[in-house]
Write a protein that binds this ligand. Structure first.
Ligand code: ZN
Length: 161
């Protein structure tokens, strides 16, 4: 259990494409635990491995009210999207800012769990937004590249990922 340093916009690691995970070893399990600790500590609803400086295709998300229902996605891939939603989005790597982004309102994602078993997750609204945002991180894309209009200052820390 450890809190890792969150990389911020301007650092090159955030613009790189992450590599697929071939096998889950002890190091990966520790990384996942640390990502969860780091996300909860920062009051985020999601975190991608490149945000802690590791270029591997791993994402953690928790959109539950209580913050006790983590979703761990290894090598996630969007299979389907539907509809759209336009709303504010933030990012732990872009502290203190929010911007308006249009995302699909529904996504269907294929990923692997910690046992490298394939699973499908479907999400709407905030979960769909978080899935798209975090998978973008794995491709070196930040939400600031997709915002409609300017970034604004935010004092809300709950809905950042
Ligand atoms: Zn982010």
């Amino acid at each position: 259990m450890a809190i890792r340093n969150i990389r911020e916009i301007g650092e090159r690691v955030l613009t790189k494409v992450s590599k697929e995970v071939k096998a889950v070893d002890k190091k990966i399990l520790t990384l996942i635990e640390d990502m969860l600790d780091t996300m909860y500590e920062a009051n985020g609803v999601g975190l991608a491995a490149p945000q802690v400086g590791i270029l591997k295709r791993i994402v953690v998300i928790d959109v539950s009210e209580e913050g006790n229902d983590p979703i761990i996605l290894i090598n996630p891939e969007i299979l389907e999207t539907d509809g759209e939603q336009t709303g504010d989005e933030g990012c732990l790597s872009v502290p203190g800012k929010v911007g308006t982004v249009t995302r699909p309102n529904y996504v269907k994602v294929k990923a692997y769990n910690k046992d490298m078993e394939e699973f499908i997750i479907e999400g709407t609204e905030l979960l769909a937004r978080a899935l798209c945002h975090e998978i973008d991180h794995l491709n070196g894309v930040l939400y600031v590249d997709k915002t409609i209009g300017e970034l604004r200052d935010s004092f809300i820390t709950e809905e950042v990922d």
